[in-house]
Design a protein around this ligand. Structure first.
Ligand code: C2E
Ligand code: CA
Ligand code: CA
Length: 704
């Protein structure tokens, strides 16, 4: 906003410099108009002054000649005045003739002195005068001290004519003129006007010099002004450019801080800033909820098709949000594959749920890339502004984070709205995670072993290793309480590797005709995500380390493993099968009921889930057909079978009669520590399953 305002203002530097430049240029134009005229006028003045000067000099010269030469000649018998004095040895020029001749010698093209008089002087006929000369004569006769000056063009050339009266200014002249026989009149008085002295000065050279001078002056001024103007303009341009660059950087920065560069939605900080304004506005009374979205599919997209695919998935998600949500919904990106949406409007839980359902519907559609479909795998955590009128966005975000974390950990729940219990659970999970990490480094895990029996003879066929975590109070924490936490953090890979090693070590010390079953988490098949060795590698190392033959190890997997139909998982299973270990499908019948994998995957055994056993006890008519169908399927597919959770002699008998192969359950034995296995083995040497004895030691499930 501020940047926009700054940009819409004319730049300060131009506002300062442009008037200066205009003043300088204006002054120059003014001078270039004024100076030539001023110099021309000055040239005219100079020409005038020079004319006056010359006229004065002429006057002085004649006066001097008259006083010092002519007077003496007038009295001399030897010398006489003559017009043609040049040809006569004792003749000298009359003063006027002298002046005319000197003037003719001094004069040139540029300035010429002229003597004009109506009197025929000397020895000549009356002189005819032009109309202009007559007028001049009349003027000067009336005003003898006047200087008459005018410009005139003769033969295309401009002249300045300056004229003064030629007066009788010496008594000697007056007496001479009055006494001379040739004089046209005898009543001359001192000061009488006897003619006109006129100088014609050619103006062109003066004007040319003035023009040249004015150009020189203008040139010098220009030479000073031009660099000044140019410097001002260059400085203004540089300052302007710098300012523009700075503003551009500021604009880019503000864009960067306000909007996510990849998607154009708000950044975390601007989302918080804007939603804070809404929340703190007391006049805003509608509902307010925060929804955090996690795109789980981005990681898969990156792995399978590279980061451009992941980036495109993120952009596609933003497009869906923009197109599918109400117009003014605020959308932000919290980095990576995380987005946040502010629900402005929905108030009640039901309304917020509808909003979330819409969000989920928008994101659920699979994303296509190069004809491949990649699920978006969206989890949503929401938090509603509570009745306490909570007005802190950060707190709501934190609550939404807890809801999101809970949604990610809760199977089947992709979207959850925060409630206080979630915070407690999350805190419990965090405490548990700390315990898990500690147990990993300090050896806090233990394995208990539950025997697996021949359904008919009750002989021990093998054991299933079941993990426990020893709590700080010495209490054993069951796997159902911590496995999901370990899976979420990836710690399950390290735990699983330890379990396999430990179970193999124990199995190697048990009778050679028994097997050891170890439970695997689907996360262990993605071990490389957590920079851990792959499961096949771990198994091979454990077998090598303990010397346990591969066929004695059974790995229990669950149907959840096939959820995302990952080729890498199948490849890993085939590798395990090649090693020679057997694979058992645990909790069979509870999962995602796709039986197809039983045909084409190397599964050797199915473990019928305990729920079928309790189901049979509670409602035999409903459970029996299913149990019989599954047993028939196992037989048809030549898969071994174990029934889990046998607790009563009736159940033991029913499943033995059904011919299901193997059984497992508290009726035979609870999971026991390693130290009790020898006793357990001895107890089942007989052919019939003994009733559960009170002295049996070992793990008593909290659920039991
Ligand atoms: P599961 O693989 O189905 O293991 C059998 C669970 O049923 C065990 O619980 C066992 O104590 C219990 N059980 C056995 N017979 C009976 C019975 O007659 N009645 C009743 N009510 N329960 C019976 P546990 O040891 O608490 O293990 C729970 C689950 O934890 C296991 O279910 C398995 O999914 C997981 N688990 C245990 N150990 C590991 C492990 O090392 N790694 C992994 N990934 N998961 C493990
Ligand atoms: Ca199991
Ligand atoms: Ca099971």
């Amino acid at each position: 906003m501020q940047t926009k305002l700054m940009l819409s203002h004319p730049r300060l530097i131009w506002r300062l410099v442009m008037p200066l430049v205009l003043i300088v240029v204006g002054a120059f134009i003014g001078l270039s108009l004024y100076l030539p005229t001023a110099f021309r006028t000055a040239a005219l003045d100079t020409a005038y002054d020079s004319n006056i000067n010359m006229l004065q000099q002429a006057r002085i010269l004649r006066s001097y000649y008259g006083k010092t030469v002519a007077v003496k000649v007038g009295k001399s018998d030897h010398f006489k005045f003559a017009v043609n004095h040049a040809n006569l040895p004792n003749a000298i020029p009359l003063p006027t003739t002298f002046l005319q001749e000197v003037a003719a010698k001094l004069g040139d093209e540029q300035s010429r002195l002229k003597l004009i008089s109506p009197y025929s002087w000397p020895y000549r006929d009356p002189v005819p005068m032009s109309a202009d000369e007559k007028e001049l004569w009349e003027t000067l006769k009336k005003e003898p001290s006047r200087v008459v000056s005018h410009e005139d063009t003769i033969d295309g050339k401009r002249y300045l004519h300056t004229a003064i009266a030629d007066r009788m200014d010496e008594p000697s002249c007056v007496s001479c003129h009055n006494s001379d026989v040739m004089s046209p009149k005898r009543d001359w008085k001192l000061g009488d006007v006897r003619g006109i002295l006129e100088i014609s000065n050619l103006l062109e050279p003066h004007y040319a010099a003035a023009e040249k001078r004015s150009y020189m002056v203008l040139g010098s001024i220009g030479a000073v002004m031009l660099p000044v103007v140019l410097t001002l303009l260059v400085v203004a341009w540089i300052v302007d450019r710098r300012t523009r660059e700075k503003e551009e950087v500021a604009r880019r920065l503000s864009e960067l801080t306000n909007f996510d560069t990849m998607t154009g939605v708000l950044t975390r900080q601007s989302f918080i800033d804007i939603t804070s304004v809404v929340l703190k506005d007391k006049t805003y009374k509608s509902g307010f909820s925060i929804h955090l979205l996690n795109l789980g599919g981005v990681a898969t997209a990156n792995q399978l098709h590279g980061t451009p695919c992941g980036d495109q998935m993120i952009r596609d998600a933003v497009r869906r949000l923009r197109e599918g949500l109400p117009e003014h919904t605020l959308i932000g990106r919290l980095g990576g594959n995380r987005f946040v949406v502010a629900g402005l409007g929905p108030e009640s839980q039901a309304e917020v749920r509808a909003f979330v359902a819409n969000l989920m519907a928008l994101m659920e559609q699979p994303f296509s890339f190069n004809q491949a479909e990649i699920p978006m795998l969206v989890s949503i955590g929401s938090a509603i502004q509570g009745s306490d009128g909570e007005r802190c966005v950060e707190q709501l975000l934190q609550k939404a984070e807890i809801a999101l974390a809970t949604a990610k950990h809760s199977p089947g729940a992709n979207a959850l709205i925060f409630d206080q219990a979630m915070r407690d659970t999350l805190e419990d999970r965090q405490r548990l995670l700390a315990m898990i990490e500690k147990a990993l480094s300090k050896g806090g895990f233990e394995l208990h072993y539950q025997s697996v029996h021949d359904a008919v003879t009750a002989r021990i066929k093998g054991f299933e290793a079941l993990i426990r975590l020893r709590g700080t109070d010495g209490r054993l924490i069951p796997p159902d309480d911590f496995i999901s936490v370990a899976e979420a953090s990836g710690a399950i890979c390290e735990i699983g590797a330890w379990t396999i090693r430990e179970a193999c070590r124990v199995a190697a010390n048990l009778p050679a005709d028994t097997f050891m079953a170890v439970n695997l988490s689907p996360v262990q098949f993605r071990a490389r995500h957590f920079e851990q060795p792959g499961i096949a590698e771990v198994v091979m190392a454990a077998l090598a380390e303990t010397g346990l033959p591969a066929h004695r190890l059974e790995l229990e997997i669950t149907e959840g493993l096939f959820l995302d139909r990952n080729d890498a998982v199948i490849a890993e299973l085939l590798k395990l099968h090649e090693i020679g270990v057997s694979l058992a499908m645990d909790d069979f019948g509870t999962g995602y009921s796709s039986l197809s994998y039983l045909w084409h995957l190397p599964v050797d055994k199915i473990k019928l889930d305990r729920s079928f056993v309790t189901g049979w006890s509670e409602s035999p008519e409903t459970a029996t057909p299913i149990i019989e169908a599954i047993t028939g399927l196992a037989k048809a597919l030549d898969k071994r079978m174990t029934v889990e959770g046998i607790e009563t002699p009736e159940q033991a008998k029913y499943f033995a009669d059904l011919g299901c192969g193997m059984v497992q359950g508290f009726y035979y034995s609870r999971p026991l520590p390693e130290a009790d296995l020898a006793v357990s083995l001895l107890r089942f040497v007989g052919t019939h399953a003994p009733p559960l004895s009170d002295e049996m030691t070992g793990w008593v499930s909290a659920k039991a």
